[in-house]
Design a protein. Structure first.
Length: 477
């Protein structure tokens, strides 16, 4: 019940307001309903569409909407809890295994934000991590053809869905080779199975000349990214700091003491596990930061999004403390208390002004009604509004992502300059070709956007709607 209560709170609170990152997955599912597929999350060379494919049948059953969209990551989180229970009982025994499943449902607290929203591949990433752990244990127990190829196929699917799985998968493969070298007899068929699972990734990169390796983001060198993992990313991932605000829950000195204690317990646990299967969990955690930091994307310090995939391993290591019912109860109560506290602080951060980027309100009905009155169904909008508007109206109104860097006029129509990082160019083309176009801004952006004056001089008028400003043509054409 605590896990359900936390998710309802996360869903209904300020941190649960939908955004365009989430809306894009909903739009991908809408397109999948009509047989239109992409290998990856729109505008990226990574992040598979498996969760969008799982969402499409739910649209047929219940219709599209934000709640239906979020059912898939929530369900995948629940399935991950079950898989962790199965893996945990093999690593540490029945009580610790049950504690691992229950613990993952309520902790770490950041997952209550990330896996309640539908961000495309994070929920499936944690499921693949847990599933690969379980399948690797089965291969080590009996390295026959079926188990080896099943592990390889799931690894291929996981790689297509999220390359964040690589640090976990690399250690598991090395562990299998060390513990069950007989598995190498099946290497040719295992490679084939992995290639079949990863076929969309492979095919897309063959056609697009390896674009998945071109990552234009990230501003810090490798050593700095590695340092960022230990502070502030790891404390946020453990719930010792609040994601986004980076506020320390205990005083900073106590956070440092807690981290030192965690490290000491980690090395002590690794020494005790040196002759057991649990050693692989310690190996994954030890190797993870060094492989994780290879990606320029890990320069982001606002949230521990790239450690989400490691969460099942962390949960298993913590759950081993629950060797009996009393310890399990204490552990789960402490985890629930910590998660409730962090969720409250995250909600407070999302309610605060000056987030660094604008957010569309949960209810876009007043904006949609105003656009309908103005006979505008093709508009340009900021990224953080465009895809939310597209999904909210089921593409009845098409909003193209725009940075509003420039504008030209064709027969009195405003055509905004192409955004080089647009996620779905088809919307931009459709809006540019429309007989009537409008521009929608978050109100604070109007004063700092120079092209607004130019648009108004070319016969557009300003219409204020709540937190938005619409620039609309004065007369129908």
């Amino acid at each position: 019940m605590s896990g359900i209560a936390l998710r309802v709170w996360a869903y209904r609170g300020a941190m649960g307001v939908p955004d365009s990152d989430e809306a894009i997955v909903g739009l991908m599912a809408l397109h999948a309903q009509h047989g239109h597929f992409t290998a990856f999350y729109w505008g990226q060379g990574y992040g598979g569409l498996q969760e969008a494919l799982l969402t499409a049948p739910l649209y047929w059953l219940f219709g599209s909407g934000w709640l239906v969209l979020r059912l898939v990551p929530i369900a995948l989180t629940a399935v991950t809890s079950i898989v962790l229970w199965r893996a945990g009982r093999r690593f540490f025994g029945e009580t610790a295994g049950a504690a691992a499943g229950a613990l993952f449902w309520v902790w770490p607290p950041f997952l209550l934000y990330k896996l309640t929203h539908q961000f495309g591949f994070y929920a499936s990433g944690v499921l693949y991590c847990a599933l690969l752990l379980l399948l690797a244990l089965r291969v080590v127990e009996r390295p026959d053809l079926t188990r080896v190829c099943t592990f390889a196929f799931v690894l291929g699917l996981a790689f297509w869905e999220t390359v964040q799985i690589v640090p976990v998968a690399a250690v598991l493969v090395a562990w299998i080779v060390w513990r069950a070298p007989r598995a190498l007899r099946h290497l040719p068929l295992a490679l084939l199975a992995a290639a079949i699972g990863a076929a969309p990734w492979l095919g897309w990169n063959i056609v697009r000349h390896g674009e998945s390796f071109a990552i234009p983001y990230g501003q810090f060198p490798y050593v700095h990214r590695l340092r960022l993992f230990f502070s502030p990313i790891l404390p946020m991932a453990l719930g010792l700091r609040v994601p986004f605000s980076q506020q320390a829950l205990p005083p900073p000195a106590l956070v440092a003491v807690a981290l030192v204690l965690v490290v000491a317990l980690f090395f002590y646990g690794a020494w005790r596990a040196r002759r057991s299967d649990a050693l692989v969990l310690y190996a994954i955690v030890a190797v993870f930061p060094f492989l994780y930091a290879l990606s320029p994307l890990t320069s982001d310090t606002l949230e521990p999004r790239y450690t989400v995939v490691l969460s099942p391993v962390i949960v298993l290591l913590v759950a081993q403390l629950a060797r009996d019912y009393l310890r399990a109860t204490i552990l789960l109560l402490a985890a629930c208390a910590l998660s409730f506290l962090v969720v409250d602080r995250m909600n407070a951060w999302f309610r605060s002004p000056g987030l660094g980027y604008p957010t569309a309100p949960r209810n876009l009905a007043p904006l949609v009604a105003a656009l309908d009155r103005l006979r505008l169904d093709r508009v340009y909008a900021d990224y953080w509004l465009a895809y939310v508007l597209d999904f909210d109206t089921k593409e009845r109104i098409v909003a193209a992502q725009a940075r509003f860097g420039g504008v030209r006029f064709e027969d009195g129509r405003a055509v905004v300059t192409h955004d080089p990082v647009t996620d779905w160019v088809a919307y931009e083309r459709e809006v540019a070709a429309a007989p009537r176009t409008g521009l929608v801004f978050f109100r604070p952006a109007v004063a700092r956007t120079p092209l607004v004056r130019d648009v108004l001089r070319h016969g557009y008028r300003r219409v204020d709607v709540g937190p938005f400003v619409i620039l609309a043509p004065r007369r129908a054409t």
